[in-house]
Design a protein around this ligand. Structure first.
Ligand code: PLP
Length: 426
């Protein structure tokens, strides 16, 4: 197969590098780990994205999770247009914020009150401040390889973006901040117990991705989430579920519905904005009532609860809520993708592990410590018109637009790419 022409993307990257650090507004977009030329995109429709050179790709990134209905879903676009025509922002309460909060608290009952933000990073950062304000304690406990956005106290051993760049944390996070963040391995309840035995009375919160989706995809061990709930109850610490990825992606009630665990605070993002910038955090009333203007924990946002974002998010959530068997459909799609990858790999003597749950999937090459196989596979798939996350550590996302034809096209590409990979490895 001849190389895809990406001249316009290359030219744009040159221009971008002159005025944007590394040419990108979020590091993983730079393709640093996988090499090659990042594509600049112009248009998306359903499961497909079109770059500025008119190349078409099946998209398994979905803007890193928000696009569970695919690109430019008609109901979402209509809602955005209608809202935009009424004005883009008021900096004052508007009805859509109330509707959004009612919808979220209805679908995720552990969230008795919810506050909107403009990003997932803000949501987790504020959840931590709130937990500290509520408990009067300093420390938090997180898990290595979980990512909770890029606020200082959470940027300690934090998953995909950092793993992709091969750095341990971030310069600029000062020691006194990092020191307050305890980090233990995911799924290691004994390590959590040890930390609590040592520091329990000073731990404000445990923050966890209930399904870890920022170091590929790691499912929680059966005893893990109930164990965290019990430890938080024992020590009066706050259990924070970061469902920025899993919220509305694995179930309408998020991972906490699947595992029947109530978090004290839940963080959301991505899907609830329908593709526009968003975040939210909510939970037990007595905790959320600590927030200004009711209580002493300050938190605010110029564009929080933005009416256009709310419209996109509400339209998305309503489609999810009103379409029968939608999560079964998503599960079918993610199963097909991972099954076609593992089968094609096996046919070509390559070992692949995979996992999926509803709209979320992950796959990893066995015996690929430097991710060289992944990187080659990524480039081959790109050449064959399939856009995977440009990092071995990222999750994959399917949408309701990934129908039988799209999945069949993906399976053919996977067969060809694993065959080419086998030849390259031979
Ligand atoms: N939490 C999780 C689990 C995430 O995956 C992300 C982003 O990918 C965030 C928080 C941060 O969200 P945002 O990028 O909207 O700031």
């Amino acid at each position: 197969m001849s190389d895809t022409v990406v001249t316009n993307s290359i030219n744009l990257m040159q221009r971008a590098k002159a005025v944007i650090p590394g040419g990108v507004n979020s590091p993983v977009r730079a393709f640093k780990a996988v090499g090659g030329h990042p594509r600049f995109f112009q248009r998306g429709e359903g499961a497909y994205m079109y770059d500025v050179d008119q190349n078409c790709y099946i998209d398994y990134v979905g803007s890193w999770g928000p696009l569970i209905l695919g690109h430019a879903h008609p109901q979402v676009i209509a809602a955005v247009k209608a809202a935009a025509q009424q004005g883009l922002s008021f900096g004052a309460p508007s009805p859509a914020e109330v509707e959004m909060a009612e919808l979220i608290t209805h679908l995720m009952p552990s969230m008795e009150l919810v506050r909107m933000t403009s990003s997932g990073t803000e949501a987790t950062m504020c959840a931590i401040r709130l937990a500290r304000g509520f408990t009067g304690r300093k420390k938090i406990l997180k898990f290595d390889s979980c990512y909770h956005g890029h606020s200082d106290s959470l940027l300690v051993k934090s998953g995909s973006g950092i793993l992709t760049l091969g750095i341990a944390g971030s310069a600029g996070v000062i020691e006194v901040t990092a020191e307050q963040t305890l980090v233990v391995p995911y799924n290691d309840l004994a390590a959590v117990q040890q930390m609590f035995a040592a520091y329990g009375n000073d731990i404000a919160a445990i923050i966890v991705e209930p399904i870890a989706a920022n170091n590929n995809v790691i499912m929680p061990a059966a005893e893990f989430l109930p164990g965290l709930r019990a430890i938080c109850d024992q020590y009066n610490s706050v259990l924070i579920f970061d469902e920025v990825i899993t919220g509305f992606r694995v179930a309408l009630g998020g991972a906490q519905e699947i595992y029947s665990i109530n978090a004290d605070i839940t963080c959301l993002g991505k899907i609830i904005g329908g593709g526009l910038p968003v975040g939210a955090f909510g939970g037990r009333k007595e905790i959320l009532e600590m927030l200004a203007p009711l209580g002493p924990v300050y938190q605010a946002g110029t564009l929080s609860g933005n009416p256009v974002t709310m419209a996109a998010g509400i339209a998305t959530l309503k489609v999810l809520q009103n379409t029968p068997n939608i999560y079964q459909q998503l599960h079918h799609a993610s199963t097909q993708v991972t099954a076609s990858f593992t089968a094609a790999a096996k046919d070509n003597g390559i070992q692949l592990q995979s996992t999926c749950l509803n709209g979320l999937f992950g796959f990893a090459f066995v015996n690929d410590p430097q991710n060289q196989m992944f990187n080659k596979f990524f480039q081959l798939m790109l050449q064959h018109g399939v856009y995977l996350a440009p990092s071995a550590f990222e999750a994959g996302f399917v949408s309701t637009a990934h129908d039988a034809a799209v999945l069949a096209e993906t399976a053919v590409a996977a067969q060809q790419c694993f065959a080419a990979l086998q030849l390259a490895e031979a």
